[in-house]
Design a protein around this ligand. Structure first.
Ligand code: GDP
Length: 448
């Protein structure tokens, strides 16, 4: 998960700071030394770390902090604010052309960074906002790239423009813009070719595209997992072709976070979006303050709520909440709720965004292993429910021993597992009834 190892280290440092009532200058210096070590281990650019620690130290060693009521908390607050600053403070939107003019966005990046996938993800975001994007296949070297763009474009329900692989990328870009103007597309996203390393041909080709069409935004896609290499690539691209912003992909698998933390400070260009998974919906707008909260293990409730709003069918959610209150929740409803949870990225992902649980797993909530176990239990429960008839799912009272035997067999579990699940489900409903009536709140456990 994103930033896990950095978060864990920072949490440990903060725990020590919080445990001390008063802080001496040495305490703060010691903590800063540890923070510096943690950031370097997270592959944050050395110069960026130096500047960061200096800023925190200047603010933290001041009289106000040391004499304050809760100096440990104050230091953490300063670290949080400086992290937000490091990542650009404000959220930056991709600037679109005014009115109905076509905006041309050129995507650039090394091969494998996630450019083609991100192009389709971005188009999906624009479509949701009521725009009509056109994807243009300008990567003519990798035969699979055109097909990949077409497949992903189709999944997103957006138009894809391709001229095969026998034309120059600059000509394809030009034709794509004309096509957009004729067909009412107001955004053209050019998927360009990457190489394994920076090379002159690639840069020349991007320049040529820029010469052929009016590119309004050049967006670089970098792979977070490659750490400082990604930051060096960004600096190089910015020097050679000029970029307007960066999309950092694969943040879901990046436990260190060095690229996300350094790229703005090194290139001066903001992170616009973060890729958080392979699914086409796994692209999040980048909010420096929310990201800092996640890094510090303070959770990111706002993103969680937005995800819930985007992924959960509102009508179904209202119906579910009504059923929960009246304790009419049945096994069909349970399946629906697990489906919605999976849409939001699974239990582990949700936990990671919850304050006090994300990254802090090992101290407070579920750690990765426990989350995996919970997901396994959920899958087993689903298997049992899928072995039931629709009637049984709607009315668990029908479940007599012979039906339970059949279900256990179908799901490949023991009959005692079925009994346990039915019992827990019954208890949960009882508890909900009590809570729904406004009765005394008891301790109730979800059955997974
Ligand atoms: P390109 O060569 O830059 O066009 O890269 P692709 O779009 O083909 O992506 C390379 C691989 O990275 C594919 O397997 C993608 O599914 C994967 N990928 C892209 N973005 C993300 C992301 O945000 N998270 C994860 N986990 N995988 C990603």
């Amino acid at each position: 998960m994103a930033f896990d190892s950095l978060t864990e280290k920072l949490q440990n440092i903060f725990k020590i700071l919080r445990s001390k009532g008063r802080l001496t200058e040495d305490d703060v210096k010691e903590a800063l030394k540890e923070i510096k070590r943690a950031l370097l281990a997270a592959d944050v650019n050395f110069k960026v770390v130096k500047g960061f620690v200096k800023n925190v130290q200047e603010r933290a060693v001041g009289q106000d902090v040391m004499n304050g009521l809760n100096p440990g908390q104050m230091v953490i607050k300063i670290v949080n604010e400086e992290l937000v600053k490091l990542m650009g403070s404000e959220t930056t939107e991709i600037k679109l052309q005014p009115g109905s003019a076509v905006t041309v966005i050129m995507m650039a990046g090394l091969q494998g960074a996630g450019k083609t996938t991100t192009t389709a993800k971005l188009a999906g975001k624009y479509k949701l906002k009521g725009k009509k994007p056109l994807l243009a296949a300008c990567d003519v070297y990798r035969p699979a790239a055109i097909k990949q763009l077409q497949v992903n474009g189709e999944k997103q329900g957006v138009d894809v423009f391709s001229m095969g692989d026998s034309h120059k990328p600059a000509d394809i870009a030009k034709a794509a813009v004309l096509h957009a103007q004729k067909n009412g597309n107001n955004i053209v996203i050019l998927d360009t070719a990457g190489r394994l390393h920076i090379d002159e041909d690639m840069m020349a080709e991007l320049q040529e595209i820029k010469g052929a069409v009016d590119v309004h935004q050049t967006i670089l896609v970098i792979d977070a997992m490659t750490g400082q290499d990604a930051v060096n690539v960004a600096a190089d691209f910015n020097d050679k072709i000029g970029i307007d912003g960066v999309i950092v992909t694969k943040l879901d698998g990046d436990t260190r976070g060095g690229a996300a933390l350094s790229v703005k400070a090194v290139t001066g260009k903001p992170i616009l979006y973060a890729g958080m998974g392979e699914k086409l919906s796994d692209l999040e707008q980048f909010y420096p303050d929310r990201m800092a909260s996640r890094i510090l293990g303070m959770g990111d409730v706002l993103t969680l709520i937005e995800k819930a709003e985007a992924e959960i069918d509102e009508a179904k959610a209202i119906e579910m909440s009504r059923k929960l209150k009246k304790a009419q929740f049945d096994f069909e409803d349970y399946l629906e709720s697990t489906k919605q949870m999976k849409n939001m990225g699974g239990l582990g992902n949700i936990m990671n965004m919850m304050p006090g649980l994300g990254g802090m797993g090992k101290m407070k909530g579920l750690d990765d292993e426990q989350a995996a176990q919970a997901e396994k239990n959920m899958a087993r429960m689903e298997a049992m429910i899928y072995s039931m008839t629709l009637e049984e799912r709607r009315n668990p009272d029908l479940l007599n021993p012979s039906r339970k035997h059949r279900i256990a067999k179908g799901a490949g579990v023991d009959i005692s597992d079925v009994n346990r699940m039915v019992k827990q489900f019954g208890e949960m409903k009882k508890m909900m009834k009590m809570m729904g009536k406004g009765g005394k709140k008891g301790k109730f456990r979800l059955p997974f």
